[in-house]
Design a protein around this ligand. Sequence first.
Ligand code: SAH
Length: 229
Amino acid sequence: MEDTYKHKGLRRLLVRELRQKGIRDEAVLAAIGAVPRHFFVEKAFDDLVYTDIALPIDCEQTISQPYTVAYQTLLLNVQPQDKILEIGTGSGYQACILVEMQARVFTIERQQALYEQVGALLDTYFQAYKYRLRVFFRDGAKGLAEYAPFNKIIVTAAASTIPQVLCEQLEIGGILIIPVGDPEGEQVMCRITRLSDTEFKKERFDLFRFVPLLEGIQPLPAPPNHWKK
Ligand code: SAH
């Protein structure tokens, strides 16, 4: 796969569209302008990948709409060298946006198939990112205790409540961005700021629709029997 002039041109138009929709943070827009989103979806979606829509990826999951990626990234207030935890690797696109912004990123996925695809994608196209990005196959609802605390945590799946365990993995002054609400309906984008050991501030923003945050892990299915013939 290549990053052609056509793709680069379409990316510039996408950035312009996001700016018109109210995303004014130049660092966020620069990252969206830099990361080739078409590397993260099937070739069949090449004509749609630089329009502002969510697209299907494997395991009945989705790569978030670019506006949503920009919105969450904006709320995260990414600073160079931030240590960020992402729950819900999916395609790996959001994680790469954070790396592009010079953060150090730990991302967790519960679907083994997606976890392995992202590993292969990083090996092929994003070798330089691998110094700043680690991908884990586990249940992200528990966070990543052995690497805590984090400056920032971003959840890219719908939670019915705010997992306390994630709040506890924030450093003082750290922030958690998480869509909270009915996983089958709409969720409110929430920002939790850790003020002290015991105090947290909660702010609410706009409504979004995410795929649900699920429990446990989903290993690859066994190969079908007819492969043995
Ligand atoms: N950030 C992704 C969006 C992926 S959609 C991207 O840029 O493409 C949400 C992802 O969260 C799905 O891949 C889903 O499998 C994953 N997910 C849901 N519950 C999870 C959990 N408990 N732990 C880790 N990942 C989870």
